[in-house]
Design a protein around this ligand. Structure first.
Ligand SMILES: Cc1cc2nc3c(=O)[nH]c(=O)nc-3n(C[C@H](O)[C@H](O)[C@H](O)COP(=O)(O)O)c2cc1C
Length: 187
């Protein structure tokens, strides 16, 4: 038997997590944690990112027109969770021990330890009531070599579980991804 839930909480939206990296006005990096990321087609595959409220990441995406989206893994979770719970408006936010370098195509900071990174250029932004949607051109996908080889060969499925991404409802609870399953075996 099913029961209905109201849409009064933003917490119950199943998804993966990404840290978005932007450069601040002084050229130093900032990262926030985000989960409202999806894909669309606009001539090519694009990323849709939704950012609610006012936050430094949003200010910097508006100012720079680009950012990185770094897939959060089990190893990166403590750092990512910190990025999601401390405002970039606090000047000491980025005084953390994190390996940060630059994107290969865009001037965006990236987290070295993320195995799957999108370098994104904003094509269009749509202001909504309480949030803003950024539709982004994927200018580069920076991937750990072992996964890039699989993607290039296009042989069999990409083993998502080997990337060890974290998934969850968006509300601060996190889960591991399990093993590949066959749709037929579930009948
Ligand atoms: C698990 C988790 C998921 C989050 N997802 C989003 C999101 O999808 N959109 C959003 O606007 N904020 C999201 N946040 C909140 C931002 O990460 C948070 O406001 C952060 O302080 C922003 O950093 P900044 O000020 O450096 O940009 C999330 C936070 C957590 C802990």
């Amino acid at each position: 038997m099913k029961v209905s839930l109201s849409n009064s909480t933003t917490a119950y939206s199943p998804q993966a997590f990404y840290t978005y990296g932007t450069y601040k006005e002084d050229g130093t990096p900032n990262f926030g944690l985000f989960c409202w990321l999806s894909f669309c087609l606009d001539g090519e595959r694009c990323v849709i990112a939704c950012i609610g409220g006012e936050k430094l990441t949003k200010d910097r995406i508006r100012a720079n027109g680009c950012f990185s989206a770094n897939l959060v893994t089990e190893e990166l979770l403590p750092l990512a969770n910190y990025f999601g719970n401390k405002s970039g408006y606090e000047p000491d936010k980025m005084q953390v021990d994190a390996a940060i370098s630059k994107g290969r195509v865009l001037d965006v900071p990236i987290l070295e330890k993320s195995p799957w990174i999108f370098e994104l250029e904003v094509k269009q932004s749509i202001p909504l009531d309480g949030s803003e949607i950024f539709i982004c051109k994927i200018r580069n996908i920076l991937v750990e070599e072992q996964f890039a080889e699989k993607a290039r060969e296009d042989k069999g499925p990409m083993p998502i579980n080997e990337l060890k991404p974290v998934v969850g409802w968006g509300g601060g609870t996190f889960f591991k991804v399990g093993e590949q399953i066959s749709p037929d075996a579930q009948r």
